[in-house]
Design a protein around this ligand. Structure first.
Ligand code: UDP
Length: 333
């Protein structure tokens, strides 16, 4: 890298953000993380500096951007729990939509015109075709997905209005796993994601794992998801960054492996990896869950030359398990 690019990372103390910050630091970028530590952790920021701040505080955000003068902003900070978004939609529109407008405003003031956005497969809702490609309609079925879709719509309009502004939206499928050296991983005070819940059940933090819905139109009746290792996702961000700095046009890419596993398959793999036969209870459907979400990932593979290294459910679960055993964030029920 000739010039040391400066990258401003919101939510860099969180799960995905911290893995990207690690990857950016290892590649020699100059990184500044901004995080309100609501779900992130100071110790998770392995590279660069951290400022503790909330995107709702526009003055502080503006000062941070003016002082750091980033070349690119990567925006991870968001609320991400689907069932919570169904119960408290305003939280999601405030944290994910309104705060992103603040960030984009401040970027405009500071003449920062490169943006990488953490979007989600939840923007697709219940896709007509599986695997789902980027040109499928956005039709979210929960407020989390809607809050992210709204940002994607703004970004398109902003890029149309201002030819200097270029962005990449990365639509994440189900991100899981942890750093190979177990330095960082998922560390939420309350975890709702399947793999983490399964591992915490194996650890006896919960007495049973509940399977939400066994009557979906899938081969074993449980929902299918495309689980992607967080370090492969981090690499996708570095490639998106390279793409934008090489002059690439605004674009949207799916981040998934292109095949999925059912809830039951994940539970079986978690039992195998941990060697623990934890209790499972089958209950009714959870609100807001599409029956299958699998990425067509051909675009990112072709256009960004993304070669995922960890497309292996057992490896994903193994790294998550190694991390979970030492995860410092207690998670009693
Ligand atoms: N799930 C489950 N039990 C749990 C957590 C999740 O059966 O304790 C199911 C959930 O209904 C969905 C899949 O596992 O079908 C993945 O859910 P997760 O919350 O991990 O990710 P999402 O796809 O909602 O982003």
């Amino acid at each position: 890298m000739s010039k040391k690019l400066r990258i401003f990372v919101t939510g860099g103390a969180g799960y995905i953000g911290s893995h990207v910050v690690k990857a950016l630091g290892e590649k020699g970028y100059d990184v500044l993380t901004c995080d309100n530590l609501s779900t992130g952790n100071e110790w998770a920021v392995l590279c660069g500096k951290l400022i503790i701040g909330d995107l709702a505080d526009k003055d502080a955000l503006s000062k941070a951007i003016q002082d750091f003068r980033p070349d690119v902003v990567m925006h991870f900070a968001a609320s991400i729990v689907v069932p919570e978004s169904v119960k408290d939609p305003l939280k999601y529109y405030r944290n994910n939509t309104v705060n992103t407008i603040n960030l984009l405003d401040v970027m405009k003031e500071g003449a920062v015109s490169r943006f990488i956005f953490s979007s989600t497969a939840a923007v697709y809702g219940i896709p007509e075709n599986i695997p789902v490609s980027e040109d499928a309609p956005m039709n979210p079925i929960n407020p989390y997905g809607t809050s992210k879709m709204m940002t994607e719509l703004f970004l398109k309009d902003i890029a149309f209005a201002n030819s200097d502004f270029r962005y990449v939206s990365l639509r994440y499928f189900n991100v899981a796993g942890a750093d190979a050296q177990s330095r960082i991983g998922q560390a939420y005070k309350e975890s709702t994601h399947l793999i983490t819940r399964a591992l915490k059940t194996a650890k006896r933090e919960f007495d049973k794992l509940q399977i939400f819905g066994t009557d979906y139109p899938t081969p074993d009746g449980t929902c299918i998801r495309d689980y992607i290792h967080v370090d492969d996702l981090a690499e996708a961000h570095l490639l998106a960054l390279q793409y934008l700095t090489d002059g690439g046009k605004s674009n949207v890419f799916n981040c998934g492996y292109g095949h999925g596993y059912s809830v039951r398959e994940v539970v079986d793999a978690a039992k195998k990896v941990t060697g623990i036969d934890f209790n499972v209870e089958e209950i009714g459907r959870r609100q807001g869950d599409p029956h299958a979400l699998v990425a067509d990932s051909s675009k990112i593979k072709q256009r960004l030359n993304w070669h995922p290294k960890y497309d292996d459910l057992e490896y994903i679960i193994k790294t998550a398990w190694e991390w979970e055993k030492i995860n410092p964030v207690a998670n009693p029920r």
